[in-house]
Ligand binder design. Sequence first.
Ligand SMILES: *Cc1c(COP(=O)(O)O)cnc(C)c1O
Length: 227
Amino acid sequence: MTADMKSTIAANLSMIDDEIGKMCKHVGREKANPRLIAVSKVQPKERVIAALEAGHRIFGENRVQEAQERWLDLKSDHADLELHLIGSLQTNKAAEAVTLFDVIQSVDRPKLAKFLAREMEAQDRKLPIYIQVNTGKEEQKSGCLIEDLPDLLKLCNELKLDVQGLMCIPPAADDPSLHFALLKKFAKQHGLSGLSMGMSGDYALAASMGATDIRVGTAIFGERNYS
Ligand SMILES: *Cc1c(COP(=O)(O)O)cnc(C)c1O
């Protein structure tokens, strides 16, 4: 890893943290600042190490297998790591997800909730979860539809899942503030305090609108190279 890349990633992290902190202060948020989840999916491992060396400990991944390959050994070296699953989860990966992750942010359907509850019981690992809401009703996107949210929350309650909040990924073409406001409204309606919203392009906006979890990839690590 070049010293350059290492210092760039450290600088990005502290700049974003600063901006989020300033924005929270600006709007008079009283509670603790949101957590900054560094989204490391697809990034080369040395960039992830650079963030770890800069002292960052909260990371997000969207695929179980990729996350296992990357984090299993790093996890044993860093007891204070906090790994968030932020991508869609197949039920046949529920067991592995419960073993590896500390928070599951992408629960979006009854079957998955049931599998996760069973696995958490079997592994005696009760993880906080978020319900992903498809606020933009995009067909290609995961997330539960707004009209299905009450039933899904009811089921999670019956399954004794620890639902901490809601998560959304606004459609790229929309003004994100509309989606953040919707998510906030639904969370409040259901008495949930967690709001996972905001990415590289809109983290300051999300902070100003009450996000408790902000998921930033590119603005910390640089562009993802999918080739
Ligand atoms: C990739 C991803 C992010 C981060 O996106 P950036 O634009 O790179 O900050 C945030 N949330 C989810 C769910 C993602 O899949």
